[in-house]
Design a protein around this ligand. Structure first.
Ligand code: NDP
Length: 237
């Protein structure tokens, strides 16, 4: 059965791969972007401008999607940023900006999505966290806190809305080949590779496959879970 899917930050990287995987299986898919979306290269995706740090913009984006494709049945809260530096050097602004995007941004979207999901007695929320959320990362106090916070968000939603056929899960990717990891210094990349049991970074499609599976009927009894897609990097965390 085709569903209406919204992927935040779906104009590139992991988000785009997720959006394309849903579109490929016949779902109606919208993505949010902040002005840079090559609509011609992805004609089966509805692009909606939205900065997830702005509640009014989130509300407007959902309204557009509802009008064009119907109520959002599957929310993939994917948009996120890093702003790495060591704790001693991290400004409060650097900390709160990452939290506001990665954690509060996901909250804004989940809250807006929940109304219609409750009315429809069906919904899937998938939060894209990171192995770093539970494992920690040097220079990533802000990012790790935001990604760990998503676990609390998903598990609380699970307890609040579980009886209404609404699931809330977290996908925790390890290191994936995208713009976000392209900026890592070579020595840091080599260090990371040594720690990954699979011995390689992942492809975006490997995250997308997990997300589409979680949104499908086969995964209806999986909720409040943290699913790693990390080549074994975060084992035991
Ligand atoms: P990219 O940097 O390639 O893309 C980030 C996306 O988030 C872009 O679409 C960007 O939009 C969007 N975004 C950032 N800030 C905002 C905002 N304020 N409002 C709306 N959209 C915003 O990242 P990846 O594809 O690598 O990562 C996607 C998600 O996966 C992130 O949450 C990231 O933390 C997580 N992740 C990534 C890993 C990796 O190795 N790459 C590993 C683990 C988790 P715009 O194009 O406008 O900037």
């Amino acid at each position: 059965m085709a569903r209406t899917v919204l992927v935040t930050g779906g104009n590139r990287g992991i988000g785009l791969a997720i959006a394309q995987a849903f579109a490929k299986q016949g779902d109606r898919v919208a993505i949010t972007h902040r002005g840079t979306f090559d609509a011609a290269s992805a004609p089966d995706l509805l692009g909606v401008t939205c900065d997830i740090t702005d509640s009014a913009a989130v509300d407007a984006a959902f309204t557009t999607v509802e009008n064009e494709l119907g109520p959002v049945e599957v929310l993939v809260a994917n948009a996120g940023i890093t702003d790495d530096t060591l704790l001693m050097r991290m400004s409060e602004e650097q900390f709160t900006r990452v939290i506001d995007t990665n954690l509060t941004g996901a909250f804004r979207c989940a809250k807006r999505a929940s109304t219609k999901m409750l009315r429809n007695r069906w919904g899937r929320m998938i939060f894209i966290s990171s192995v770093v959320g539970l494992y920690g990362g040097p220079g990533q106090v802000n990012y790790a806190a935001s990604k760990a916070g998503l676990v609390g968000v998903a598990r609380s939603i699970t307890r609040e809305l579980g009886t209404r056929n609404i699931t809330a899960n977290v996908v925790a990717p390890g290191f994936i080949e995208t713009d976000m990891t392209a900026v890592l210094p070579e020595d840091r990349k080599a260090e990371i590779l040594k720690a990954i049991p699979a011995g390689r970074l992942a492809h975006v499609d490997e995250v997308a496959a997990t997300v589409t599976w979680l949104a499908g009927d086969a995964a209806g009894y999986i909720t409040g879970a943290v699913i790693p897609v990390d080549g074994g990097l975060g084992m035991g965390h």
